[in-house]
Design a binder for this molecule. Structure first.
Ligand code: AHR
Length: 502
């Protein structure tokens, strides 16, 4: 089989925002406790943060990190997480049926972010709480001083404001599992009121309204329309969340998950633009794809779920998916989907970062390691710079049970005119055939191949585990050749690849 594509730096689809390579840290399972924070660990710094994890997060290349939830935030009282540690309460976390010790809170997490070089994106609780508490938190984080809450922050050791730029107005409020779940109409009104109040404190913040928890939600589409009907003038973003998993052995459909993500994005853009059109507004609402990943959610529902009135563990081992090569190829294709829509998806958060459906795993008292999904993220984050390009792509197709006829090859290219660098990211969804791809790069001028990376394996279920931490890694693709403006590369079955040119 063969596929062809043409790269032309004039066919710009959008400037790539660094926020596209964001992450997400939720107080959930062993993410914070026994994940990023383990005071007894041999690599722990003076604040108790594991430095081996810090190094891996830096290598991953994450920009903005969403915090502290997720479902957790809908029952969270932010005041619990600041002030003297010994006075912080232990609380029930109803989202994950756990105990939250509040040992790590806003100040500690912000200090960790400085160490990993990422920005804070905060979510407010619009589940069990409302506008007043959101305003209190914003006063605490962003007002320089001279008021009750800004002075409390200073007394708690943080002289300068945190200056939090990005704010999520609640989390997945369309989901019946969400504490304080409400209708689109109720949520839209609450989000609008809260957003207006928050802007009265700080007009420069960026606000994200909750969109749908997935494109499969029964309210999908209508939820966005109604919520944006209330909030269009008040917010900058509507969120999308999507998780994918292999179901019933249907690898073909799983490999086509990016098609679902493409449609999801395009439908939400159309809905947002419809609301704008009806209002006669020239304002454009962008998408914050602030939860995306492969997640074996059925395993959580079936095996991990904690219950019992006397059973509220601290940092339980839940949502600790171990990712295969197949998962990483799908993951890489999701990054291709995000990049293809860089004109409207200007913020995204990989859910999540450490131990919990994560590219980085740790063992208490033991090592930290890279899961298979680490590689497509770190390589894409490093190489996808400048602008995303529209491609002319001609690929053989295959039939899938869930998405019909789907291209076997998906790809996106990026171009950084200032640095004179371009990159191409490709996925081969065939489970049986290698595909040779011819890429017309003549429009890029005189370029050479700087790097190639291909992730594939004869065992598509190969993983990196505690016992075998470096079993899977991308390798150089030595099939690549470039002559007379035509690049060719062979993509093995079930593979993800990246090529850097310059
Ligand atoms: O990332 C895990 C959970 O998935 C988040 O808490 C929630 O927002 C989503 O349902």
């Amino acid at each position: 089989s063969a596929a062809r594509l043409t790269i032309d730096p004039h066919f710009v689809s959008g400037r790539i925002h660094r926020r596209l390579f964001g992450g997400f840290v939720e107080h959930l399972g062993r993410h914070v406790y026994d994940g990023i924070y383990e005071p007894g660990h041999e690599t722990a710094d003076a604040e108790g943060f594991r430095q081996d994890v810090i190094e891996l997060v830096r290598e991953l290349g994450v920009s903005t990190i969403r915090y502290p939830g997720g479902n957790f935030v809908s029952g969270f009282r932010w005041e619990d997480s600041v002030g003297p540690r010994e006075q912080r309460p232990r609380r029930l976390d109803l989202a994950w049926h756990s105990t939250e010790t509040n040992e790590v809170g806003l100040h500690e997490f912000s200090s960790w972010l400085e160490k990993v070089g990422s920005d804070l994106m905060l979510a407010v609780n619009l589940g069990t709480r409302g506008t007043a508490e959101a305003l209190d938190l914003l006063e605490y984080t962003n007002v320089p001083g001279g008021t009750e809450l800004s002075e409390r922050r200073r007394a708690n050791g943080r002289e300068e404001p945190f200056g939090v730029q990005m704010w999520c107005l609640g989390n997945e409020m369309d989901g019946p599992w969400q504490l304080g779940h409400r209708s689109a109409d109720d949520y839209g009104k609450l989000a609008s009121r809260t957003a207006k109040g928050m802007r009265q404190i700080d007009p420069d913040i960026t606000l994200v309204a909750c969109g749908s928890s997935s494109a499969a939600m029964p309210t999908f589409g209508e939820w966005e329309r109604v919520v944006l009907g209330h909030t269009y003038d008040d917010v900058d973003y509507i969120s999308c969340h999507a998780y994918y998993q292999e179901k019933d052995g249907d690898i073909d459909s799983f490999l086509a998950s990016g098609v679902d993500m493409d449609r999801f994005i395009e439908t939400v853009v159309a809905t947002a633009d419809h609301v704008g059109a009806v209002r006669g507004s020239s304002k454009r609402i962008d998408i914050s794809f602030d939860e995306w990943n492969v997640w074996y959610i059925d395993r959580y529902e079936g095996v991990d779920k904690i219950t019992g009135i006397d059973n509220w563990p601290v940092a339980p081992r839940i949502l600790e998916d171990s990712y295969s090569v197949l998962d990483a190829v799908v993951f890489g294709s999701l990054m291709i989907s995000l990049l293809k829509h860089a004109d409207r998806v200007t913020s995204a958060s990989l859910a999540q970062l450490v131990n919990v459906i994560a590219p980085i795993m740790t063992e208490p008292g033991g090592p930290a390691w890279r899961q298979t999904t680490f590689f497509p993220f770190s390589i894409t984050s490093r190489l996808a710079q400048g602008e995303s390009l529209e491609l002319k792509l001609d690929s053989p197709t295959y039939e899938t049970a869930r998405f019909g006829e789907v291209a076997l090859v998906d790809a996106v290219a990026t171009h950084d005119a200032d640095a004179g660098r371009s990159s191409v990211f490709l996925v081969n969804r065939s489970t049986t055939e290698a595909i040779e791809v011819s890429v017309d790069v003549s429009g890029l001028g005189d370029v050479a191949v700087l790097e190639t990376h291909t992730l594939s394996d004869s065992d598509i279920y190969a993983k990196n585990t505690l016992e075998d931490r470096e079993r899977v890694a991308p390798r150089e693709n030595d099939s690549v050749s470039l002559a007379d403006g035509m690049l060719t590369i062979t993509l093995p079955p079930v593979s993800w690849s990246a090529i850097a040119l310059g």
